[in-house]
Design a protein around this ligand. Structure first.
Ligand code: SF4
Ligand code: SF4
Ligand code: SF4
Length: 281
């Protein structure tokens, strides 16, 4: 598979289909990889592929440094490729401006990432070329997909509140979560606005709560559950729980899962008269 990836990258760079390939390179230790940006055909042997290829490389589509390199080809797992569908729906990219090298995938991480336990996109849903043997994407039942929430949902309202207060107290406002997130792409984040100042930028309990809750709401019905924000959080806040809870509610209310179907209407920007109105209390 590595050779196939390198061959494809070399071909795309040589025939000038793309100017750069976003992929995975070997890390400083065997249990890590790192993002690499290949601009010359002679460098394609820097590309690798293994179970440590956890990063969602679509996040580099929003960075000025990588945008300057020209049209990219991205090596994308099925979960990461869902981001492309959301970015297309939100008019953040044009389809002709990105080339997708989809890779079939059995799972990443050691131990296996939580998202992989209920994966239904082993073969990406969108790609220009596919590397690896095509797999059947089997639908995973709703309850199974959100099994991670089972224990959390057993808590009462007060316990949930205490749980999140305790978690958010740990936040140091490093913003690694929003930096890594491919769908946090505002030029100026709400946390940077000071007239009016919506969110206190210092790391204290009240400001932390508004930061984390606001970010979660901004991702509601959009988050594709790549789990990158939780992976990079230096103080281990269980952001997956928060994101998944909102994803579950968005799916239950609007029968919508982001990044699955380019023809679906966006849950948060489409009004339907028969939408549930139960948030009006
Ligand atoms: S969620 Fe699916 S596509 Fe994504 S890393 Fe896990 S197994 Fe691979
Ligand atoms: S899992 Fe986190 S990083 Fe990934 S899309 Fe959702 S909020 Fe963004
Ligand atoms: S990565 Fe974690 S500590 Fe940093 S701002 Fe996000 S939630 Fe807070």
């Amino acid at each position: 598979m590595i050779e196939e990836l390198r061959k494809k990258a070399e071909e795309l760079l040589k025939n000038d289909t793309v100017k750069v390939v976003f992929g995975y390179g070997e890390g400083s230790v065997p249990e890590r990889t790192r993002p690499v940006f290949i601009t010359k055909p002679e460098d394609v042997n820097k590309l690798t592929w293994n179970k440590y290829c956890v990063y969602n490389l679509t996040t580099y589509l929003k960075r000025q440094e990588t945008r300057k390199l020209g049209k990219p080809a991205l090596i994308l797992k099925g979960c990461d490729a869902r981001t492309i569908i959301v970015l297309l729906k939100e008019c953040q990219i044009k389809r002709e401006d990105v080339y997708i090298i989809g890779v079939t995938c059995d799972g990443v991480g050691d131990p296996l990432a939580e998202k992989c336990k209920a994966c239904d996109v082993h073969t990406p849903l969108i790609y220009d070329d596919l590397v690896g043997e095509k797999r059947e994407n089997k639908e995973v039942p709703f309850e199974e997909r959100y099994a991670e929430l089972d224990e959390y949902e057993k808590l009462g309202e007060k316990e949930k509140w205490e749980f999140w207060q305790k978690q958010f107290e740990k936040c140091i406002k490093c913003y690694a979560c929003s930096n890594i997130c491919p769908l946090c792409f505002c030029d100026r984040c709400i946390v940077e606005k000071n007239q009016p100042q919506w969110i206190d930028p210092s790391a204290h309990a009240r400001g932390n709560l508004s930061w984390n809750v606001t970010r979660a709401y901004h991702l509601a019905g959009r988050c594709i559950n790549c789990e990158e924000c939780q992976r990079v959080c230096p103080v281990d806040i269980p952001l997956n729980l928060l994101n998944k809870k909102l994803a579950k509610e968005a799916e239950r209310s609007f029968n919508y899962r982001p990044g699955y179907n380019i023809d679906d209407e966006l849950a948060m920007s489409t009004y339907k008269e028969d939408d549930e109105q139960e948030f009006f209390k």
